[in-house]
Design a protein around this ligand. Structure first.
Ligand code: NAP
Length: 291
């Protein structure tokens, strides 16, 4: 029931019509007995500044930010939390008095999901991340914080890969960071990499063919994490990995936990994870299918 005192939260992006976040957040607020509502708001790039002014003027408690505004929103805010500085992107805006502060909860969400599905000794494992955008940087920083010994970044373009490498070298001098410029994974890149993460949109929609794994190099000791979500069952990348007996993690676990971290920031309360998980599961059919 929306009343005169209902708090406002939501998500800005373009598109947002298929976002699972409204269902997940509203289910959480209802279960927590919080008088708050979460709305999807499609915002064109040209209107982003006006949208942030609106968030400020309308007294939003907090707002999530998705593609394509995660970078462009940062200079429009009053400050950035270290999580957003490290990721180079904002996925959550938090109101702090009159100020709007940009955070990034993707890294925290990834680690919480990984810890649900993989062995507790993963921080001693070398990792490989495909991609060097905001999600890749959040995940890379979060794994570095956990103490992984080395990371291989595989990215289509050199510039972003080098920026990501530089950021990690500055912050984590003991982390060994290599880059490989490619849109695909060659068999050697998988050698000794126990954690393998797809942080590109490859496989996300019928127009973007999935990333292929050199499956003859996969083993049961590895975990393949796809940040892309599957509409039903698994993503093509997860299916390839499962055939070889590797552990897998899809993007829905990270979606759940990054959302939970945002709720914690906005309400200072622990969110009901199982209620949120069920809300996501009930809407899986709305996610566009990869080929
Ligand atoms: P982004 O900042 O735009 O970065 C995209 C990355 O993918 C870049 O490294 C880009 O390479 C690479 N890439 C894009 N298209 C490619 C292609 N056709 N072939 C090879 N590489 C390609 O995006 P992002 O915010 O990091 O998001 C990346 C993915 O993670 C998206 O699918 C997003 O939905 C997903 N994600 C999931 C969650 C979750 O909760 N599960 C959270 C955040 C993001 P260049 O550097 O060469 O452009």
């Amino acid at each position: 029931m929306i009343t005169g005192t209902t708090g406002l939260a939501g998500i800005i992006g373009d598109p947002v019509s298929h976002s699972l976040s409204p269902r997940m957040h509203n289910a959480a607020y209802a279960a927590m007995g919080i008088d708050m509502v979460y709305v999807p708001m499609r915002v064109d790039g040209a209107d982003l500044e006006a949208a942030v002014a609106g968030i400020r003027a309308l007294g939003f408690v907090g707002v999530n930010v998705t593609i394509p505004h995660k970078l462009a929103v940062a200079p429009l805010l009053d400050g950035l939390h270290d999580s957003a500085v490290a990721a180079g992107a904002v996925n959550t805006i938090v109101r702090d008095g009159e100020a709007l502060i940009g955070h990034n909860t993707d890294g925290e969400g990834f680690i919480a999901a990984l810890e649900e599905s993989f062995t507790p000794d993963y921080p001693s494992s070398p990792a490989l991340i495909v991609g060097a955008g905001g999600a890749a940087r959040s995940v890379g920083v979060a794994l570095a914080e956990k103490g992984i010994p080395s990371l291989l970044i595989v990215n289509r373009s050199r510039g972003r890969a080098e920026e990501f490498q530089e950021l990690l070298r500055e912050r984590y001098p003991h982390l060994e960071v290599e880059i490989h410029v490619s849109s695909s994974l060659d068999p050697d890149s998988l050698r000794e990499r126990r954690i393998i993460v797809n942080a590109t949109p490859l496989g996300m929609s019928p127009d973007l063919k999935p990333l292929r794994l050199p499956v003859d190099r996969l083993s049961k000791d590895q975990v393949v994490c796809d940040l892309v979500y599957a509409g039903s069952g698994r993503t093509p990348l997860e299916s390839q990995a499962i055939e070889k007996g590797a552990a897998t993690m899809g993007g829905l676990g990270m979606l759940l936990h990054q959302g939970a971290a945002a709720i914690q920031l906005w309400t200072k309360r622990k969110p009901p994870l199982e209620v949120m998980r069920q809300a996501i599961e009930s809407r899986r059919g709305d996610i566009p299918q990869a080929p």
